[in-house]
Structure formats: C-alpha cells, structure tokens
Design a protein around this ligand. Structure first.
Ligand SMILES: Nc1ncnc2c1ncn2[C@@H]1O[C@H](COP(=O)(O)OP(=O)(O)O)[C@@H](O)[C@H]1O
Ligand SMILES: [Mg+2]
Length: 253
C-alpha cells in the first residue's frame, strides 16, 4: 500500500465542486508535483488532506489508516505537515522559536515542570534548541536564529516555513507554491533544497506549483489538475507534450 492513497475524493460547497473524484497515490520517498492553472483546486486538495475541509465523498488513507474524518491537529500527529501559499509565520517571534513551537506536540514534560524548570524541562529545552538549529542550518537560516521572523527577507521567510513544517519529523510534507514571489535565483536554490530534503531525510513530498517548468526539474512524477479533476499524470517529459495540459494552461486568462 502507498503511503498516501486518495480515492475518488470530492468536496462540494453548495453546488460548486472545487475537487471532484480525485485519485492520488504517493509512495514513500516520492517527490510528486501537483500542478495546474490558477483556480484548478490545488490548494483545496491540501485543505482536504489536512482536515481543513472534510471530503463530501471518497476516502483518504495515510500510512494504512483512514484520516478523512480527522481534525487538522490529529492529522499533524499522524505525520502530515504543510506550508501555505501565503506565508503564515509568527511574525513577532524569533526565527528559532517559530521552529520550536512546531516541535511542541513531541515534548514530554508537564506544564508544571516547565514552570518550575525541573531537570527534565531543561534537558528537553536543550534538545529542542539543538533540533531546531539543525533544521535552520539546512536552510542556512541558523545565523538569523535570534532575529524576529518578520525581519527576514521574503525568500528566507519562505524557507523558514519549510523548516518549521519539517519539525517533528513528518512522513509527508505538503508544500503549497513555496517559490511564490521569489526571484529566479531564489527559486532555483529552493528547488534544490527541496530535492535535498527528500534525498537526505527520505521525505515524501507533494509539491504544488502553478509554473510547470519549475517542478519539471525536480519531480519524478507529476499530477495535473484542472477544474478539480486530474487531466494528466506522468513523468515531466510525458506531461510537457500532453495536449490536454497544454490546452489547460493556454486557456488561462
Ligand atoms: N471554501 C470554499 N468555498 C467555495 N469555493 C471555494 C472554497 N475553497 C475554494 N473554493 C474554490 O475552489 C476553486 C479552486 O481554488 P484553489 O484550490 O485555491 O485553486 P488553486 O490553488 O489551484 O489556485 C476556486 O474557484 C475557489 O474559489
Ligand atoms: Mg492555490
């Protein structure tokens, strides 16, 4: 069984179906691109996978378990984390604290121990700091660890979001247009970092992008959606020459 198995998943908002009978399988360790024109339903797929919306039909099975009726925090605990199309950091918190809070549900000390600064708390704090710093290093953000996240340049804020999503060792990482608003250099660098995360951590990644050229270089498989339905699946070279895909992109305003 694949790590993620989505079977005929639909969502209906008063007659509008942003996602319709979507099938998707992702094997452990795969880096898959979910692409499609603006408004195709890509972000809605993420909202369904993470419990923001509940599918009106179909099923989502993750790691052998049905998760389509679970709440977001329960799904996070099962090992699915995400980033957002629009950055959602704690702006008034430091860079490292943004990562540390994401580790929260792995902590073992009780609130009372925390208040009293008992030994277990101190040990866990040191561990937390170390783990957060390791993640920051991967994204070359360690030298900004104690700055407020809102003071980071835009491209680095995007990287911080990914670092935070990796806290707590998720099994599946969902990235929603992580390169949005970046310049071509930053974008290239980010794509290489995403590939590195997959290779180093054997992470499974589903990457949303509307610019298909961007994901061609790093994804081994692409799923293309338009009007909430899968219109093509295949390797980048298969997708590049697919008439339905070309049509969907040309049809965009
Ligand atoms: N809660 C909602 N209620 C009604 N329509 C929605 C809702 N969420 C998304 N949609 C619609 O679903 C369609 C797909 O949106 P979205 O998933 O954001 O597209 P993409 O991420 O591919 O650009 C859009 O037409 C959007 O307006
Ligand atoms: Mg979107």
């Amino acid at each position: 069984m694949a790590l993620l198995e989505v079977h005929k998943m639909s969502v209906n908002f008063g007659g509008i179906k942003p996602v319709s009978e979507l099938d998707l399988q992702i094997e452990e360790g795969e880096l898959i691109g979910l692409i499609g024109p603006n408004g195709a339903g890509k972000t809605t797929v993420f909202n369904l996978l993470t419990g923001v919306y509940t599918p009106t039909e179909g099923s989502i099975t993750f790691n052998g378990e049905r998760i389509d009726r679970l709440k977001t925090h329960q799904i996070v605990k099962k090992g699915i984390t995400r980033t957002f199309q629009n950055i959602r950091l704690f702006k008034q918190m430091t860079v490292i604290d943004n990562v540390k809070v994401a580790f929260n549900n792995r902590l073992k000390y009780s609130p009372l121990e925390g208040i009293l600064h008992l030994p277990r708390y101190k040990k866990e704090e040191a561990w937390l700091e170390e783990e957060a710093m390791k993640l920051l290093k991967i994204f070359e953000l360690d030298k900004y660890a104690y700055e407020l996240s809102m003071n980071l340049p835009y491209g680095k804020q995007r990287k911080l979001e990914i670092a935070r999503a990796l806290a707590g060792s998720p099994k599946l990482l969902l990235l929603d247009e992580p390169a949005a608003g970046m310049n071509p250099n930053e974008t290239n660098e980010l794509m290489q970092t995403i590939k590195l995360i997959r290779d180093q951590f054997n992470m499974t990644i589903l990457l949303i992008e509307h610019d298909m050229n961007l994901v061609m270089s790093i994804c081994e498989r692409l799923v293309v959606i338009d009007y909430g339905m899968v219109i093509a699946r295949g390797t980048p070279s298969e997708i590049q020459n697919n008439e339905k895909v070309i049509g969907a992109y040309l049809g965009q305003a």
